[in-house]
Write a protein that binds this ligand. Structure first.
Ligand SMILES: CC(C)(COP(=O)(O)OP(=O)(O)OC[C@H]1O[C@@H](n2cnc3c(N)ncnc32)[C@H](O)[C@@H]1OP(=O)(O)O)[C@@H](O)C(=O)NCCC(=O)NCCS
Length: 146
């Protein structure tokens, strides 16, 4: 599981109990998971379809630094399923787990469309893919000029 994003718990993120408000945490997770799905499926049009039980394992407090971890557990035809964990950056104590978050790959017509992916793609591989796409787009532009 990759823990890409870190968050600093600030006063505006607290509940009346003085600990991290679940709604703030869920907002951060939904965004982080959507970015993960976008990168894996190479499509900005992904939507959250399903979130399984959310286990708030322990509290975070003001000033704590937490990190959000994601991994893909299943590639479907039009969907991708992620597992999520949030933990303390310093103590590594688990703060939240979600076993299943499902995102659906959408087409321009607003309907689910197959994504064609079958396994996790890591950053280096994704960069190489973008580099090659950019190169072939440049060569198409050059051809059009002649
Ligand atoms: C996403 C949406 C288009 C899917 O519609 P749908 O009629 O369920 O579409 P499909 O039946 O083709 O299913 C699409 C994929 O979602 C999966 N799926 C559907 N319901 C699911 C559920 N309850 N749990 C897990 N996966 C589910 C399907 O298995 C399919 O995946 P696959 O192609 O990899 O097998 C529709 O439900 C929608 O627009 N929902 C609102 C999304 C949204 O606005 N999200 C933001 C909420 S804040």
């Amino acid at each position: 599981m990759n823990f890409h994003t870190r968050k600093w718990v600030k006063p505006e993120d607290l509940n009346p109990n003085g600990t991290l408000f679940g709604g703030s945490l869920l907002r951060w997770i939904d965004e982080e998971a959507a970015i993960y799905a976008i990168c894996q499926l190479d499509n900005k049009r992904v939507v959250t379809k399903f979130i399984s039980e959310i286990n708030f394992v322990s509290s975070a407090r003001q000033g704590d630094v937490i990190e959000l971890g994601m991994t893909a557990t299943h590639f479907g035809r039009t969907s991708i399923t992620l597992r999520c964990e949030v933990r303390s950056k310093i103590t590594r104590e688990s703060i939240l787990t979600i076993e299943k978050m499902v995102f659906v790959n959408m087409g321009e017509d607003g309907k689910p469309v197959p994504h064609g992916r079958e396994r996790i793609r890591y950053a280096e591989e994704a960069y190489e893919h973008y580099r090659q796409s950019a190169q072939s787009a440049d060569s198409v532009d050059e051809t059009a000029k002649h």
